[in-house]
Design a protein around this ligand. Structure first.
Ligand code: UD1
Length: 343
């Protein structure tokens, strides 16, 4: 059974390819390597004992996407990770985000209706909820006006998928709304590898501890939370990856049901920024250099997931705790540093 994974050399994509292959699925990755490296394919092979097929091209090119499906008529389902995801950059360059994130999705959906691939799992985000009025936030909570073009592409993409499924018999979709994925594979062979200065908290922490950055800036400590820093629902990337295998399985087993579903993927627990820093210091034995600075524009105060729908419907539950997330993130950062020192 062949599954297309777009963005399969990226952070969440690569962990998902590992879990799909471990489960027995055959994977073909499509990635333009705009934010990842070809060695990831070899590292997936080291972990799973099997090298996934890999094709480098840009899904915004309709002709190439169409040719891909002609070449792989046996693709049954696809998981679409490939997208830009830097919130700040999307504010500075919105057209880049709308063009890339929406065009690739539209091309995939156009090809899907003409080919055997009948199911799409889409990488969405809890960003669609903005600052929810009620916590934990369930899938029924109102979608709020997006705070960034990046967030808007996620909202529009969900609508595009929903409308396409309504219009075309026989295609199905699942949008997975991720909370904050962190951590790395236990092998330390794959993990998050941001190009340039990281935007996200955990790569910033590990890069500071390894000496690549001087100090973590904690964006605000005057929020209405126990220690004043914002709360997020951090989830181990391997737990997240496993949910994708279950989502794909749901399509394969229940083939011809026409529907669009949405699931929250988080742990159901929230942690403050300082709790994350403490967990890092505890598991790494390193003292982290950090300073409190002003709030970052666009940050919500607190958000964590109501995961009961995913727990019940998918039979899935996040299993790994914050210490485990920080331990694996740190192992990965150290492995990267070792590799870079050798070069
Ligand atoms: C946001 C989106 C998420 C999106 C992601 C893409 C929300 C709730 N989440 O995640 O859907 O996929 O961007 O990048 O909108 N922090 C610091 N110092 C740093 C970096 C971060 O203090 O150097 C703090 C932030 O203020 C925040 C927390 O750490 O409270 C997590 O930040 P980050 O890792 O950037 O993720 P989100 O902004 O939550």
């Amino acid at each position: 059974m062949k599954i297309l994974v777009t963005g399969g050399t990226g952070y969440i994509g690569s962990h998902t390819v590992v879990e799909l292959q471990n489960y027995g699925y055959e994977v073909v990755i499509v990635d333009n390597l705009s934010n990842s490296y070809p060695e990831v394919v070899d590292n997936i092979a080291k972990i799973t004992g099997k090298k996934p097929a890999f094709e480098k091209f840009d899904l915004t090119e309709y002709g190439k996407t169409k040719t891909f499906f002609e070449k792989h008529p046996d693709v049954e389902a696809m998981i679409h990770f490939a997208a830009y995801k830097a919130v700040g950059e999307s504010v500075a360059n919105p057209l880049k985000y709308y063009d890339n994130n929406l065009r690739s999705l539209i091309n995939l959906l156009s090809c899907m209706k003409d080919h055997r691939a009948h199911a799409l799992v889409f990488s969405s985000s809890c960003t669609v909820y903005g600052q929810p009025e009620q916590l934990p936030v369930s899938e029924d909570s109102p979608i709020q006006k997006a705070w960034s073009p990046y967030g808007n592409t996620k909202q529009i993409s969900e609508e595009i998928i929903h409308d396409s499924i309504n219009a075309h018999e026989g295609i199905n979709g699942i949008a997975l709304r991720y909370f904050n994925p962190i951590g790395a594979h236990d092998s330390a062979l794959i993990g998050e590898y941001p190009i340039g200065v990281p935007d996200n908290l955990v790569p910033y922490i590990t890069q500071t501890a390894i000496g690549k950055r001087e100090a973590l800036r904690v964006f605000g400590n005057d929020y209405d939370t126990p220690d004043g820093t914002p709360i997020r629902d951090y989830i181990h990337v391997v737990d997240l990856a496993k949910a994708h295998v279950i989502a794909v399985d749901r399509f394969i087993k229940e083939k011809n049901k026409k529907r669009f579903e949405v699931f929250n993927l988080g742990t159901g627990r929230g942690n403050t920024v300082l709790e994350v820093v403490n967990a890092f210091e505890r598991v790494s034995g390193e003292k982290l250099n950090y300073k409190i600075v002003d709030r970052r524009q666009g940050d919500v105060e607190k958000v964590w997931a109501d995961t009961s729908f995913a727990n019940k419907e998918l039979g899935w539950k996040a299993e790994r705790d914050l210490d485990d997330m920080m331990r694996t993130a740190w192992q990965w950062e150290k492995a990267l540093a070792e590799k870079e020192n050798k070069q």
